[in-house]
Write a protein that binds this ligand. Structure first.
Ligand code: HEM
Length: 269
């Protein structure tokens, strides 16, 4: 597992297109929190299946291939005689990771065709279904103009059999894994106390699907308390630097507009 300090470059804030190689089976393997995380995922998928899972017709062959791979990697056995929607949700309740299914369309645009997203960081699966990467990343200020083309090139040239691993980080006001915007959970602001601030890390894996020509995108969320970050002086210093140097637009996007100064103060105290 990556060290906290390695989440942040020893540099001013910037978008990173850096990957490590991993084993897909390891990325999706159960952790010590398996039972608890799976139970929570199954709860969301059961209580509101349309919000947390989706599959459009072009996603069906991608799901078939991913179900087969999940069997080989992690022993997943799909339910018998069910609909593709049920199979999609069954896999979402089996893995601890969220998963998304993408594929290039006839014009070469890589689009999102389905998956299970029980632990979103403030976005809605339904808003992005069927949409190309440029639209999906539209709300992230400056991302498309800065690395949109490089992301496309990278995704279009993924090689099968390996997982390309990367990480995103954010800050949240609770350790809730599910930060779906519809839940209206408390947001960070200038009054936040140290024990309310959580570093939310998204561990991500991109895996090529050679049979269907699709892409599997896995996301695992891990929360770290501010105390844990502060216990690692290199991580704390790099997080401070990222917070100080990100643009106002990026700070607003990351829900830090009014909280940035306060969190810097808490990190330095
Ligand atoms: C392969 C390289 C990729 C890079 C470098 C990348 C980078 C990023 C970054 C920097 C953010 C902003 C997160 C933050 O700072 O809080 C973001 C957001 C996001 N990314 Fe990616 N991403 C990649 C691939 C993907 C893929 C394959 C998907 C598939 C659907 C995806 C979906 C999203 C979504 C949904 C958001 C949130 C957008 C919103 O707030 O509406 N990304 N990405």
């Amino acid at each position: 597992m990556i060290r906290l300090a390695d989440l942040f470059p020893d540099n001013d804030y910037r978008f990173q297109l850096r990957f490590e190689r991993g084993e897909p089976a390891d990325f999706f393997a159960p952790t010590a929190k398996h039972h608890e995380v799976r139970a929570e995922r199954q709860r969301w998928l059961h209580s509101d299946p349309k919000t947390y899972a989706a599959l459009s017709p072009p996603g069906e062959p991608l799901l078939d291939e991913v179900v087969e791979l999940a069997g080989v990697w992690n022993g997943f056995v799909p339910p018998l005689a069910t609909t593709t929607g049920q199979t999609c949700r069954a896999l979402g309740g089996f893995w601890e990771a969220d998963y998304l299914l993408l594929k290039a369309d006839a014009a070469g645009e890589i689009r999102l065709y389905g998956g299970c997203l029980c632990f979103p960081s403030s976005w809605r699966l339904g808003d992005k279904l069927g949409q190309p990467m440029e639209f999906i990343h539209g709300p992230v200020p400056g991302l498309n103009s800065c690395i949109g083309a490089a992301i496309h090139k990278f995704l279009a040239s993924l090689k099968p059999g390996v997982a390309s691993l990367r990480h995103n980080w954010g800050l949240a006001r609770s350790a809730e894994l599910n930060q779906h915007p519809g839940r209206a959970l408390p947001q960070l602001d200038a009054m936040v106390s140290a024990d309310e601030v959580w570093l939310r890390v998204e561990h991500q894996a991109l895996v090529a699907l050679p049979k269907s020509g699709g892409i599997l995108f896995g996301i695992r969320v891990v929360n770290h308390s501010l105390a844990e970050v502060k216990a690692d002086p290199v991580a704390a210093a790099r997080l401070c630097r990222a917070l100080e140097t990100m643009t106002d637009a990026m700070a607003r996007y990351k829900n830090l507009a009014t909280a940035r100064e306060r969190i810097l103060q808490l990190l330095r105290s």
